[in-house]
Design a protein around this ligand. Sequence first.
Ligand SMILES: Nc1nc2c(ncn2[C@@H]2O[C@H](COP(=O)(O)OP(=O)(O)OP(=O)(O)O)[C@@H](O)[C@H]2O)c(=O)[nH]1
Ligand SMILES: [Zn+2]
Length: 216
Amino acid sequence: MTCLSKEALLVRSVLEERGLETPMIGTGLSSTEKKERIESHFTEILTLLELDLSDDSLAETPHRIAKMYVNEIFSGLDYATFPKITLIDNKMQVDEMVKVSNITLTSTCEHHFITIDGKATIAYIPRSKIIGLSKINRIVQFFSRRPQVQERLTQQILVALQTLLDSQDVAVSITATHYCVKARGVMDATSETTTTSLGGIFKSRPETRAEFLHCR
Ligand SMILES: Nc1nc2c(ncn2[C@@H]2O[C@H](COP(=O)(O)OP(=O)(O)OP(=O)(O)O)[C@@H](O)[C@H]2O)c(=O)[nH]1
Ligand SMILES: [Zn+2]
């Protein structure tokens, strides 16, 4: 059994308490067992699509998909992959907004299992701690590597950062293209979806909210 970091345990318990955790069941399967089972089911799916798995280009596809699901695009379902978090005392007494824009975000729509491709902007007002910058991108990546709806993804990132920084003063905005909207179904190639989650002063103080939402 993997030992989870104290930050991973804390974030998971707060998300559970708030009803924001991704709905999951426990199977007790190891990562290797999951990959074996997924590979076997994808062999069946591709066969039902009448694809010839003896073709050298397709032969390894079920194995590739299983590896991609467990190790890559859905690795964020496992808190063992939660990033190592570096927090530093705010000795420099920063009390203005720290904002990180244009964070690359690639996730997967849980309704259609197809890509969500977007950007996140995140801000916080430092209190007692400041967080290592790359850790913000890593938290975005962690929660993106799950089947998601954009609204829940935005909230999970907000609450994780609030928990780690021990402050409500965090803001998250995500703008994304959903390939379930662009590449199938309604086939709209131009629309984008923006979701925003604001905490503390970003919610209560109109000037701070406006600075976050409108200043690049
Ligand atoms: N709110 C929200 N909806 C999403 C997200 N990703 C996909 N959806 C929507 O989930 C809905 C699923 O609707 P259904 O009617 O069950 O699925 P569908 O028949 O494939 O619908 P169409 O996409 O309209 O063809 C669609 O309207 C999607 O656009 C998301 O992140 N947030
Ligand atoms: Zn979808």
